[in-house]
Design a protein around this ligand. Structure first.
Ligand SMILES: [Zn+2]
Length: 649
């Protein structure tokens, strides 16, 4: 297990190095991440490599038995490169070229950038291939973050046409699949096809989905090229990792593709950032951790864990005393096995002056330092005794194409993909039921319950897998707009919704209505009374049992939710965004029927169980609130984490 800090020795006088390293030893750290923004330091002028600075750092670190994760520094390239080859700079959707000065502003399709990056990374990795202190290479930093996944430069335009030509082979196929007969947009050649930059009204939905796929391919090709390069030159003992970041459902790239090529998934865990008034919910943080676990379905590392307040120009919420430790433990319970804090000390110069480190700018060990020290001490004692995470009984599925399709056409002003994804995740999380978060390409056949939120793009393959899953005894819970579209992002002609699945769900969608922001409609039924929002499918049950019915005069004969026995299993269709009480009732009902253990706890108190090597269970109780909460007769202090051992049931 690696525990430590992100260390930027180049930000401080070199004669602080030994004192700093000694201070990290006192902290209980055994690992440092270095180098990920220091390209210029190692190649100050083109082709002139100088690794002497980090040679010295690594030598001193090795004397203290530190292990090192070295970041290949391609997220921030030297100014000389931008000056000499400005065509490497990416262009935004309004045609503005991004200038040197921020970060990540290179184009993934730039052959010149790839050449310079690869040349440097090869020299770096060769230099340290035999270095036993370096145990992993982190490729770049947070690929695609901060809008860097999009670019509309001339190189991208060329690559875009090449991508479409390869995919469709002839222009007639593309015209047919896009339906370009609409608005007379038929193309005579691939070179006529625009990139979806600013226009009047909007671009063709099939084109927009292909653009998102193209962006994903562009980024992943660059990233995987870098992974392959590092693999060619690194030492055998060195792993290859990359640090993913939050907000992944907003990004234009499929992280599963890159994750597959890595040895270990790493994550940068920031439950609060920038101007946020409060952290994202405990369930939302948990989901991001489960998502990262699900990328490779194996344990992951956190290489940036916040302890203090963070932001570039604006800062919001300051994590409360104990909350940094709480979030660290939450991550550990969900499959994190190594954790580094960002960063060692607040930088006093440059763009991240307001990203607080473990040590503040006053350069004294304060409460954040001692909180991290406490976590490291506990983690080495406690988490060492855990067995690896087992798959959960419930899985919630997402698909990259489907997410992109929703982003381009939200249909309701109240629609937010992440909110809809969280709706049932939160329901199970409230019952402390573990949920795996998985890309739909992964095998879900062994789960007891599969949740399929707003899966509007439905392929025949997915239809078949879902039917087989339920037929063999699984419980499937799908929510509104299920199966309305094909893989080209087009509505399915002549098919009743849920497309291809009416026999599975035993219901048909008669019609639909988008519900505007703030509108809530009453529903009633066996799940109780409550409200729906965002959207409503008007359902007619053919062979299904009705769970909820709309109450307004015009549509009071239509169902809002149904449940259907199919083979050995059950298929539940939810035609609207249910209010919390209805979600809770349904999750409870499903767990009860499927004999899945629920642990009832007050709102804000999370309970996770991990199997221990000694055959017992460890219960980790986390209080995410600023009030004391009671759990099974014990008072848990605000933001505290409590460990209990018990026998398995
Ligand atoms: Zn570009």
């Amino acid at each position: 297990m690696y525990f430590g800090v992100d260390y930027y020795p180049e930000h401080w006088p070199l004669d602080w190095l030994e004192k700093d390293l000694d201070n990290f030893v006192q902290l209980g750290a055994n690992t440092l991440r270095i180098g990920e923004f220091a390209w210029h330091l190692m190649e100050p002028t083109p082709g002139k490599y100088d690794f002497s600075y980090f040679d010295r750092v690594i030598e001193e670190a090795a004397k203290r038995d530190f292990k090192i994760i070295f970041g290949t520094p391609t997220a921030t390239f030297p100014a000389w490169l931008a000056y000499q080859s400005p065509e490497i700079l990416s262009v935004d959707a309004f045609g503005h070229q991004r200038v040197f000065g921020g970060r990540r502003q290179y184009c993934y399709n730039s052959k010149i950038y790839e050449l310079y990056a690869s040349r440097f990374v090869q020299a770096l990795v060769m230099h340290y291939a035999d270095c036993k202190t370096i145990i992993a290479w982190q490729i770049d930093n947070e690929f695609g973050h901060e809008g860097s996944d999009d670019c509309y430069c001339p190189q991208c335009n060329l690559s875009w046409h090449g991508y479409l030509k390869k995919k469709y082979e002839n222009i007639d196929s593309l015209n047919e699949d896009y339906g370009t007969v609409f608005w007379g947009q038929t193309y005579n050649g691939f070179e006529e096809i625009p990139m979806p930059t600013a226009t009047i009204t909007t671009h063709n939905p099939s084109l927009k989905l292909d653009w998102a796929r193209f962006r994903s391919v562009s980024l992943n090709q660059f990233a995987i090229g870098q992974v392959d390069l590092v693999r060619d030159y690194k030492g055998e003992h060195q792993k290859v990792i990359h640090n993913f970041y939050g907000g992944f459902f907003e990004r234009k790239y499929d992280q599963n593709v890159l994750a597959e090529m890595l040895d270990v998934v790493a994550y940068d865990n920031y439950p609060v950032w920038g101007g946020l008034r409060k952290p994202i919910s405990p369930a939302h943080i948990a989901m991001t951790l489960d998502y990262n676990h699900g990328l490779k379905q194996q344990n992951f590392w956190i290489v940036e864990q916040l302890m203090g307040a963070q932001g570039h120009d604006v800062i919001g919420y300051r994590p409360r005393p104990g909350q940094g430790r709480l979030w660290s433990w939450q991550a550990m319970t969900r499959g994190c096995e190594s954790l580094l804090y960002f960063r060692e000390r607040t930088m006093t110069r440059g763009q991240e002056q307001y990203c607080q480190g473990l040590i503040d700018a006053d350069n004294r060990n304060g409460e954040k330092y001692y909180e991290a020290a406490q976590f490291f001490k506990e983690a080495k004692e406690v988490a060492m005794n855990w067995k690896p995470l087992k798959p959960a009984k419930v899985a919630i599925l997402y698909g990259y194409d489907n997410i992109r399709s929703w982003h381009e056409q939200p249909q309701s002003e109240a629609m937010d993909f992440t909110n809809e994804f969280m709706r049932f995740y939160e329901g199970f999380h409230q019952l402390n039921v573990p949920v795996d978060v998985l890309d739909l390409e992964k095998d879900f056949s062994e789960y007891q319950v599969v949740v399929l939120p707003v899966m509007q793009i439905m392929t025949p393959d997915l239809e078949n897998r879902l039917k087989t899953f339920v037929k063999k005894g699984g419980v499937l819970l799908a929510t509104f707009r299920c199966g309305i579209k094909d893989e080209h992002n087009n509505l399915k002609l002549g098919e009743v919704v849920p497309g291809g699945l009416t026999d599975l769900f035993g219901c048909e969608v008669f019609g639909y209505e988008s519900l505007y922001e703030g509108l809530a409609l009453e529903v009633k039924g066996s799940l109780g009374d409550g409200f729906v929002e965002v959207w409503r499918d008007l359902l007619q049950a053919t062979t299904a049992e009705i769970l909820l019915t709309y109450q307004d005069e015009s549509y009071k004969n239509y169902a809002a939710a149904t449940s259907h026995s199919y083979g050995e299993g059950t298929a539940i269709y939810i035609g609207a965004a249910l209010s919390n009480s209805l979600v809770d009732a349904l999750c409870h009902k499903i767990c009860e029927a499927s004999h899945i253990q629920m642990i009832h706890s007050p709102q804000g108190l999370e309970v996770v169980q991990r199997e221990m090597n000694n055959g017992r269970l460890q219960r980790i109780v986390l209080n995410h609130t600023e009030s004391p909460l009671e759990f099974e007769g014990q008072i848990i202090s605000p933001y505290d984490v409590v460990f209990e051992e018990c026998m398995p049931d």
